[in-house]
Write a protein that binds this ligand. Structure first.
Ligand code: SF4
Length: 693
């Protein structure tokens, strides 16, 4: 590495790897970072190829003309204030991103909930982990990830449910691979309707029927009861709802999983007779109309056996984005407050309002992502601010999302790129600093807070998101509340606020970091929360109970099997969307690195030979995939990786980089009724050939 190297954190997935980065684009894994211990994946190691300024937004724009910051920010402040005064605070909305740093997220949440007075702030993290958050809160009483990455290495059995870890969280997969190489007795089970790169590591791959997860874990719960493997002491002392959960689980039928009886028996036997079990789950669980129920069906099994919070065991939710967890901590979602406090609890709201010296407080949940853009389409939102995300590509029913944004009288977007699918729909574009140019903190999937540090000069007139938001807050009339000079000041205020977590008996507390000097903040090493002012820091939760429901117990929930869908002859195939190994989100950064493009050069339709034959498709044909919402044209890839009746399409390609159409224009805007997370893996589609190869 060069003398100018800085320790920072990768801006892509929720593993949160430490990176040594230099202004000349030299990149290496940080040996000292606990998430990756020096490893990087293909995306992380290509970061140096994505740092050029081509395509960057370098100055504010109003319409198609360049504007000064004063003019642009006065316009934003005036239009947001006017909308709130004329139509009420709920006519204003922010749609933010797990790409934001915690400091950005904190200021956005404070501005809209405490000063504008609405909870209409939601985030693209709604698309990746909302069902896990809802499941955690139902079971534990708060949104707590109980374990750590080292648990994967000390477990005897790792069960990966709905997770293509090898492509989506590659460094954690490398750690699991390395552990299995050293300890071949470590068993890996992959539960996924698709046979993915991850299943190559599996001792057992269960090609479950889509959405069969809750039934499978209900069967496991009854098997644990049948074998008398329930930890009766733990359940008696630390868990409620056991009998009702088991009674409902007994209604599960093995046929609903779509597994053959031998495979099913192997899985049940392995889980039952192995004490050190980690069950990791990701988007295949969360992105479902019954995602929260799937999460709770998994948590039920760990709670019934007390296999939680101890080394080498526990349920583990992987977050998709680099700071999805930070967004949860600051309360940057429509149904959350801050510091894991409850928006609908008057005492919690009053305490936060007092600490913020805020003139008002949102007192009811705001609109979740899909609802928010529906409200835009109905004309209920008069001013909308989108930050660091591209909903016209990433949200379901994406054409309707574009129309909804255009229907809002005033729209503003903060982004690093000048031309995005969403940017084309808004009135004002504000240039943000990007990775390497900005500074702050992110929290990864194991609750580890890491610094992102600057190592590049600020391009053009770009500014940090927290700085732009604070400036708008001052211009809207709250100069003292938003008088921040640095990201360190924002962080210290947030850390001070987190004493409320402790006061109200919640898990999130980083008050021990509230007095960091600027130099200490800059030098902050990776730090797992909680970090209270007094008492132990970091570690695991729940080994001896200590849950956050009023009775101090965890709750097991009765989980019913999802209603089975009637066959649809017009649209006979189920569309499953997801990621490819070498692209990230809508490709604004990874699309710049030629070697990343070499892995998958274009979007494709992965289809089983039986479905291809039924639709009259051959390999490399162009096929039209259509639903009730829209269509896309894709190159056919025939393979038995996807099971019959289900096709897979990656979600990254945009109208700007590909002329085939965004796949999310096809995806139905169905959501989980508890979490509001879109069900991105179950839209009924029709297939037709548009061009033979
Ligand atoms: Fe970045 Fe995730 Fe790869 Fe680590 S695993 S280098 S955080 S993309």
């Amino acid at each position: 590495m060069t003398d100018q190297s800085v320790c920072t954190t990768c801006p892509y997935c929720g593993v949160g790897c430490g990176v040594l980065a230099s202004p000349d684009g030299t990149i290496a894994g940080d040996l000292a970072h606990p998430a990756n211990l020096g490893r990087l994946c293909s995306k992380g190691s290509a970061l140096g190829e994505t740092l050029d300024l081509e395509g960057r937004l370098l100055a504010p724009q109003i319409g198609n003309r360049r504007a000064g910051w004063d003019e642009a920010l006065d316009l934003v402040a005036n239009r947001f204030r006017a909308a709130a005064e004329t139509h009420g605070p709920d006519s204003v909305a922010f749609y933010v991103s797990g790409q934001l740093l915690t400091e950005d997220y904190y200021v956005a949440n404070k501005l809209i909930k405490g000063f504008i007075g609405t909870a209409n702030i939601d985030t693209n993290s709604r698309l990746c982990m909302a069902s896990s958050v809802a499941g955690h809160k139902r079971a534990f009483g708060t949104d707590t990830v109980p374990g750590q990455y080292t648990d994967f290495e000390t477990a005897e059995l790792v069960v990966l449910v709905g997770s293509n870890l090898a492509w989506c969280h590659p460094v954690l997969f490398q750690r699991l691979q390395a552990a299995k190489a050293v300890r071949p007795e470590l068993k890996v089970v992959v539960i996924d309707p698709r046979r993915t790169a991850t299943s190559q590591l599996a001792d057992l791959h269960l090609g479950l029927r889509p959405d069969g997860d809750a039934v499978l874990f209900n069967l496991l719960l009854t098997e644990l009861v049948r074998r008398d493997l329930v930890d009766r002491r733990y359940v008696a002392e630390a868990v409620s709802g056991f009998d009702a959960a088991v009674a409902e689980a007994e209604r599960a039928e093995a046929a609903q999983t779509g597994l053959d009886s031998f495979e099913l028996a192997q899985f049940l036997d392995l889980w039952c007779r192995t004490e050190k079990v980690v069950t990791l789950y990701s988007q295949g669980v969360n992105q479902s109309a019954c995602g929260t129920d799937k999460v709770n069906a998994i948590l039920n099994c760990h709670l019934a056996t007390g296999r939680i919070g101890r080394p080498g065991m526990g349920p583990f939710s992987m977050t998709g984005q680099p700071n999805a967890m930070g967004g949860r901590e600051v309360g940057g979602l429509a149904n959350m407050l801050t510091c894991h406090l409850d928006l609908e609890n008057a005492a919690h709201r009053d305490a936060v309002q007092q600490m913020w010296s805020a003139p008002t407080m949102a007192d009811k949940p705001g609109l979740k992502a899909v609802e928010l853009f529906d409200a835009c389409a109905r004309g209920e939102i008069k001013a909308l601010w989108i930050m660091s995300t591209n909903p016209v590509v990433s949200l379901p029913d994406a054409d309707a999302v574009a129309a909804a944004i255009r229907a809002v009288p005033f729209t503003v977007m903060t982004d690093i790129m000048a031309d995005t699918d969403t940017g084309r729909c808004v009135d004002v574009l504000l240039p943000a600093t990007g990775w390497g140019e900005k500074s702050g903190t992110v929290t990864n999937s194991e609750r580890c807070i890491s610094r992102q540090r600057r190592f590049l000069p600020t391009p053009g007139e770009a500014r940090a998101d927290w700085n732009i938001l604070a400036d708008v807050g001052r211009r809207m009339g709250w100069p003292e509340a938003f008088d921040y000079r640095s990201e360190a000041e924002v962080f210290r205020e947030f850390a001070r606020l987190s004493t409320l977590g402790h006061t109200f008996g919640k898990d999130f507390d980083i008050s021990g970091l509230a007095d960091l000097t600027d130099a200490e903040y800059d030098a902050l090493p990776p730090t797992v929360w909680p970090v209270p002012t007094e008492g132990p820091s970091g570690g695991r939760f729940f080994a001896d109970g200590g849950f956050y429901h009023p009775d101090g117990k965890a709750k097991m929930l009765p989980i019913a099997a999802p209603a089975s869908e009637a066959p649809n002859t017009a649209r006979p195939v189920r569309l499953n969307t997801g990621r490819v190994r070498d692209q990230w989100h809508t490709m604004t950064r990874t699309g710049k690195a030629p070697r990343l493009g070499a892995h998958m050069a274009e979007p494709y339709l992965e289809i089983h030979p039986g479905d291809a034959a039924a639709a009259g498709l051959s390999d490399a044909d162009l096929a039209k995939v259509s639903s009730a919402h829209g269509s896309a044209i894709l190159r056919v890839m025939i393979t038995d990786r996807s099971q019959q009746g289900s096709v897979f399409v990656p979600m990254h390609w945009t109208d700007i980089v590909s002329s085939t159409g965004r796949i999310n224009a096809v995806v139905a805007p169905t959501t989980d009724p508890v979490s509001g997370q879109p069900a991105s893996k179950g839209t009924a589609v029709a297939l037709e050939q548009v061009a033979a190869h």
